[in-house]
Write a protein that binds this ligand. Sequence first.
Ligand code: CAA
Length: 413
Amino acid sequence: MRLPNINFTDEQIRLQGVAHDIARKYLLPQASEHDKNHSFNEDGFKAVCDEGLLGIWIPKAYGGSENGVLGLALVVEELSKADPAFGVAFAVNALGSFPIIVGGTEEQKQKYLPLVATGKASCAFALSEKFAGSDAGGLSVRATKVDGGWRINGEKKWTTNASRANIIICFAVSNPESRSRRISAFVVEDTDEGFSIAKVEDKMGIRSVPVCETAFDGVFLPDDRLIGGKPGLGFKHSMMTLDLARPGVAAQAVGTAAGALELANTYANRRKQFGQNIASFQMVQSMLADMAMKTEAARWLVFACASAADAGDMKVVNKYAAMAKCFATDVAVHVATDAVQIFGGYGFMEDYPIAKFYRDAKILQIYEGTNQVQRLVIARNLMKESGTYDYLNEVIPRETQSTHGGDYEIANS
Ligand code: CAA
């Protein structure tokens, strides 16, 4: 297996520091209020736009700063440490612009990416539907070819950031007869006639970022809105996008875990019971030590995955992205849960941010591919890899090897 080289550039470290300062100034003090009011942190968003953070993953040729998926991960972790909901509000712009980066025509890249990089346009990624979540190939939203373009009809579900987005990447069935070329991806603009927000969801966590049902009622899109200019590439583009975006969710999870750990560690070293800080009790120490170990392990898995993505090693990235997303998000839920436990009764109250970390963490195991889907992707990769270990045939029982394509039996009989 090729090991990804993890190298942080000076600019990536600087951007991490910028994100840290923004998080302290605009996110930490406002997170609770925006959560309670279901309102968007416009001050925080203006700050990330002003500092050029939205251009991190976008190539220089299209107005970005080209600091890659690793730069994205560093920044998302810092933002999420203060407010996990803001972390996704930021990272969804990567999810929504990656389809253009990986599959768009030159004209599409020139038209849309500079708008994203400068924060002039926000993005959403409309893949999931009521009856097509994990089964992303089972979509029902239809794209029908008409004179000069396409008409889109149907509804999407759980579209993060949809009511704020100017660019909505919509995946729709353009050829129902085809198995492998069924789906195409389109750029829908918020001003397109027939596009509307059907419902803004009421959620358990990440309440300050809108998640919506979106309706496409005969939306006409000219031919140049078809991503890549050719129909049938949508499923591939969605999978390639998710491979690049999952490190971002994983970084959001690392930030969530790190933020909850900092709070729990601070509290445990101040809170006195039985005449001493609770951090002096071994059972609390054990919890804190596990939380710290897991958070650190998740962080470096995310860096490894992001570095492989930036090196363009996409075969490795598919497995790494699934591992990083699954591991880091499971860690976030575990760490946030134990952090609430350390806070005891105070942890259950909404007076303090720790309860929000717990609520915000749960969705991480669900969106951008459930952790069951991630484990399936990892297992599929392992099954493929097993075919490359023929040098081990000598050291596993011979009689079982007819199930491995039978080649070994024939070659050695
Ligand atoms: N890169 C490129 N191509 C890929 C690919 C990848 N990573 N993965 C699959 N493909 C290609 C395959 O090569 C295959 O191509 P051919 O037909 O030409 O052979 C095709 O796509 C079909 O692949 P599979 O047979 O593997 O597809 P599948 O139906 O078995 O599905 C799956 C696989 C992994 C379960 C996939 O459906 C999946 O990832 N599901 C989860 C979807 C998801 O993450 N949804 C979340 C949406 S975003 C969100 O959460 C909302 C938000 O706003 C935050």
